[in-house]
Design a protein around this ligand. Structure first.
Ligand SMILES: *[C@@H]1O[C@H](CO)[C@@H](O)[C@H](O)[C@H]1NC(C)=O
Ligand SMILES: *[C@@H]1O[C@H](CO)[C@@H](O)[C@H](O)[C@H]1NC(C)=O
Ligand SMILES: *[C@@H]1O[C@H](CO)[C@@H](O)[C@H](O)[C@H]1NC(C)=O
Length: 962
């Protein structure tokens, strides 16, 4: 089932030449019936009627240049077809606005039935004899201004100019010949009506960059670049930067430019009626200063009324906070006033044609919860929790509102629990899961996402806007990986597409564990003792960087720059921050074991911290300094939500080189902090044929000098490699890790204990006990196998599942969550399910340990109860026992965060425990039901008494039969 879905969705996004996810209308080899548009030395003439929109002409000029970028010969734009008989021609225009297009419709040469009257739709057709003297032309017709503009940029994208050609230096893909295929295609309307980005939290990076490049203002030259990017990404909506800028005032050309290019302007939730926060009349208080506030709002309306605007209504307090004097009743007065001036100023009897938005952000939710009535023609913009978890979606009584609903989402934030505004920290599969839920649950009027400085968030922005344009292509939970491949093909070529998709989906899992700014919370989250967790995580980062560097090395120099900006840099820079914190934590743990390598780790932390500066410099030097300042954000040394003034390195310890009186050679083992001799020799964690991790012994120097040792077991079927060695400090190898190998065919059946002795040339030997458990499972068993009292299961490895009586199912979301995958209930419109008729997934496991009162730890994302009267819910049951259900998220009033929210957001997981009763040795089935849409489970860990504390849980158990 999953395999089929995955293959289908790969086809969905297949891009040889097509724009991502869209049908191809151009080709690059001669095709019967096709029209040669361009080759080196020849370029098409683009005909746009002089009566068409200025924004269409502007995009047409971009297309003419784009042909030049690809073939070396620029196209040209003309206003009429006369005298064009020999040139390849592209006729472009808007229905009802371009007499040329309208005449083709009248002559029935152009069929616009699929798009006429629709929002932002277009058709692309190769037409014979469109007008006298022209044998054949590619005709691009839009249902409206943006429909035509998207048709134009669709050609740009197909010929090889990425929407990110300027903003991320993606090199145009050179072509010898370009043909229009003999075919007809139509696109649109988009899934989400208003789709856009919010530039926010724009100091220091973007503002310093704007200061250096645009003379200190977010001016119309800057915005022209942003708007072109948005249109190429098929977006249409924009909230301007507002920390210290005033869009309409900073440059009087900003407002008209947006309108001309085809961008619908909005303002943030805290800026009503197209006015900037920094323009606010003070005191900003509806109760005491109402007349001035009314004038302020009317002035905003007067200023922007001639331009396409999505009006933000309502109000909040001053400076992005709640207002102390506002309540539900006075907020209704504010909105009534805003609607009354919209009607009177625009000369309308009703506002059904005027888009308006009211954002339920933070404290505003409380008013709505109090029963506030919001006019039906206003779109309710639901918000996430600033960390990517949507708080609320339309409930049944809200789905048929005239104004509909939308989502305000975050890829960047300043505030609780901690700012995240440095580099990309977005897990795309999570964005998919949340936005797919929003789409299925009727929040499809507006999607706007806070993108901070824009620049380091290219991939999440592309993904979000591609979904918003055509969510029908994203119905499969496996869509994220196939989208990534298509995206990487477009930006870097098919040679690295699979590798890039794998790298970014792995990056998503590593980064969702904790944002960089939160890594210095104490105590450090990863265990430096149990399961080798800290080291394993660092190795995951190192190995990801190695794989990504290898991809980079295969690319040509120009493509390397783009690849670095969007893929290699976040992995490389992120890995260095992880290395600093993980090795600082390991340094501290090693210091208490008196390992001389404590000092090496201290040096490593200092070197890695310095390397962070080198990576920043490298980014700032790209393309001759084009992106200088974009990495100005402080990202080390946070101790509260707000960023510190400058980076600082975590403290590290060093130890003196005199050996402890208990001896120079020290021994430590996994899952135990002891250092022996000195501390009592620990018992090794047990081994059985199914133990998923290697069992090792660390032998190390605790002083200066050199020491030979041997390590040997008491039996022939347990071998240790290496069995001899020399540790030395400061030169040579200070730490040696020996691995224990067991020949299970020769080991006695059942439980036994062997001893392993580490003997230094001089000094005290350390004798360690190793418990063995030589067990077997039936040959036909399929599922997970317990080891050391723990069974850790990843969601995709279910043994079986059954659909719900109503056709609902539990589906795997690949690469979602901190370790592997997620399981969710689909469709997202499902009603509440029960354990008798709902869909079920079964995870089989085989136990050797009996436990009177076993528990299962359920790892979930930090999601909200999107419908407060049907809170998220799951149930588990062991074998045929009665299921126990859990609603993991406490109820909370709208706008307030539910109990446990902070920990869940910081940890990237809500961790819940359920009892499953008595487990006897043998085969078992753990059944899982997800009883409400939006419920996702990432991991199940059964504790039969052996689970040790760690952040991610034990490593995945051995599984058989998969
Ligand atoms: C709103 O006004 C338009 C004309 O401006 C009219 O066609 C439409 O019927 C009105 N809608 C309602 C719900 O009154
Ligand atoms: C990564 O590559 C470096 C240099 O080639 C190598 O030393 C290191 O062992 C590799 N690390 C991993 C985890 O693959
Ligand atoms: C265990 O050791 C083997 C052999 O050295 C190695 O290939 C494997 O990657 C190790 N596994 C883990 C989980 O470290």
């Amino acid at each position: 089932m999953n395999l089929v879905v995955f293959v289908l969705s790969l086809a969905t996004f297949a891009t040889k030449s097509a724009a991502i996810g869209q049908p191809a209308s151009l080709g690059f080899t001669e095709t019967a019936g096709g029209l040669k548009l361009s080759s080196s030395g020849s370029a098409p003439t683009i005909v746009i009627d002089s009566k068409d929109w200025a924004g269409v002409v502007r995009a047409g000029n971009d297309l003419a240049s784009d042909f030049g970028l690809v073939t070396g010969t620029k196209g040209k734009v003309v206003t009429s077809t006369s005298g064009l008989s020999n040139a390849p021609v592209i006729i472009v225009g808007t229905i009802g606005k371009s007499p040329l297009i309208d005449s083709l419709v009248v002559s029935t040469k152009l069929d616009v039935s699929a798009i006429k009257g629709k929002w932002e739709s277009f058709t692309s057709q190769l037409i014979e004899d469109p007008v006298d003297g022209i044998k054949s032309a590619l005709v691009l017709a839009g249902s409206d201004k943006r429909g035509t503009i998207y048709a134009i940029y669709d050609v740009s994208e197909q010929i090889g100019v990425s929407p990110w050609y300027w903003w991320a230096d993606v090199p145009p893909k050179k072509k010898t010949d370009i043909y229009a295929l003999p075919m007809k295609k139509s696109q649109g309307p988009p899934s989400i009506k208003y789709r856009g980005i919010f530039l926010n939290d724009e100091q220091p990076a973007l503002t310093n960059w704007v200061n250096a490049n645009y003379g200190g203002k977010y001016d119309s030259r800057f915005h022209a670049k942003v708007f072109e990017l948005l249109l190429r990404l098929r977006a249409n909506y924009f909230w301007p930067a507002m920390w210290n800028s005033k869009f309409y005032v900073d440059d009087s050309k900003n407002g008209p430019l947006a309108d001309e290019m085809g961008i619908v302007m909005g303002t943030s939730h805290t800026e009503p009626m197209a006015r900037a926060d920094k323009e606010k009349t003070k005191p900003w208080d509806w109760k005491s200063n109402q007349n001035n506030l009314k004038k302020y709002m009317q002035d905003g309306l007067n200023r922007a009324k001639g331009w396409e605007t999505l009006w933000t209504v309502g109000m909040r307090g001053d400076g992005d906070t709640g207002s102390p004097t506002l309540d539900a009743k006075s907020l209704v007065d504010v909105i009534n006033y805003q609607q009354s001036i919209l009607k009177s100023t625009l000369g309308l009897s009703n506002l059904s044609s005027v888009p308006q938005m009211w954002c339920v952000y933070k404290e505003v939710g409380g008013y709505y919860q109090d029963g506030m009535k919001i006019p039906d023609d206003v779109t309710i913009l639901w918000s996430d929790d600033n960390s990517g978890n949507i708080q609320r979606l339309p409930i049944p009584s809200e789905v048929n509102r005239e104004g509909g609903a939308g989502i305000y989402y975050h890829f960047d934030y300043v505030g609780d629990p901690r700012n995240y505004k440095w580099i990309n920290t977005i897990q795309l599969s999570k964005t998919w899961e949340q936005m797919h839920l929003a789409w299925q649950r009727a929040a499809s009027e507006i999607w706007i996402v806070n993108v901070g400085d824009l620049k380091p968030l290219e991939i999440p922005i592309s993904h979000f806007l591609d979904m918003a344009y055509n969510m029908d292509k994203f119905t499969s939970p496996a869509s994220t990986d196939s989208w990534l491949e298509a995206w990487a093909t477009r930006e870097f070529g098919s040679g690295v597409a699979t590798g890039t998709a794998e790298a970014m989906s792995t990056y998503g899992k590593l980064i969702v564990r904790r944002k960089y700014e939160l890594l210095d919370k104490t105590p450090f989250m990863l265990s430096t003792v149990n399961y080798d967790e800290a080291e394993n995580v660092l190795n995951e980062w190192a190995s990801l960087q190695n794989r990504t560097q290898a991809l980079y090395d295969t690319l040509d120099t120009a493509t390397q720059t783009a690849f670095f900006e969007m893929v290699l840099h976040p992995i490389m820079a992120g890995r260095i921050v992880q290395q600093v914190y993980i090795n600082a934590a390991r340094n501290s743990a090693y210091a208490s074991q008196k390992r001389m390598s404590t000092n090496k780790l201290a040096d490593d932390v200092k070197a890695a911290y310095a390397q962070d500066g080198v990576i920043q410099k490298r980014y700032h030097g790209l393309s001759n300094g084009k992106w200088n300042h974009m990495m100005d954000q402080v990202h080390f040394g946070y101790n509260n939500w707000q960023d510190p003034g400058s980076n600082s390195m975590p403290s590290v310890k060093t130890i003196a080189t005199t050996a402890p009186s208990t001896g120079m050679l020290g021994v430590s083992v996994q899952n135990n902090a002891a250092s022996s001799p000195g501390d009592a020799a620990p018992t090794l964690s047990g081994m059985d044929p199914f133990t998923p991790e290697n069992r090792t012994i660390d032998i190390y120097a605790r002083g200066s000098g050199s020491m030979d040792f041997t390590v040997a077991s008491s039996v022939s079927y347990v071998k240790i490699t290496p069995s001899t060695g020399t540790v030395s400090y400061p030169s040579g190898t200070s730490d040696i890790r020996a691995t224990i190998l067991v020949d299970w065919a020769s080991a006695p059946t059942g439980s036994s204990t062997v001893s392993i002795t580490v003997t230094p040339k001089t000094g005290t030997a350390v004798k360690l006990d190793l418990p063995l458990n030589n067990v077997a499972v039936p040959a036909d068993f399929k599922g997970y196998v317990e080891s050391n009292g723990a069974v850790a299961m990843e969601m995709q490895h279910l043994t079986s599942r059954t659909s719900g009586a109503d056709g609902t199912s539990l589906e795997v979301i690949p690469n979602y969550g901190r370790t592997d995958s997620g399981l969710t209930l689909l469709p997202s419109t499902a009603t509440s399910q029960t354990t008798t008729s709902g869909p079920k997934a079964v995870y089989s496991f085989y136990a050797f340990t009996s436990s009177a009162n076993a528990k299962v730890t359920v790892y979930m994302p930090p999601s909200f109860n999107i419908n407060p009267s049907s809170p998220l819910k799951f149930a588990v049951a062991l074998d045929q026992t009665t299921p126990t259900s859990t609603s993991p998220v406490p109820s909370a009033i709208l706008g307030a965060m539910p109990g446990g929210w902070s920990d869940a957001v910081i940890n990237g997981a809500r961790v819940v425990t359920a009892n499953i009763g008595k487990v006897d040795p043998g085969k078992h089935e753990l059944s899982l039901w997800l009883l409400e849409p939006g419920t996702v489970v990432h991991r199940l860990v059964i504790d039969l008494g052996g689970v040790k504390s760690s952040y991610l849980g034990p490593p995945e158990s051995t599984k058989l039969g998969f």
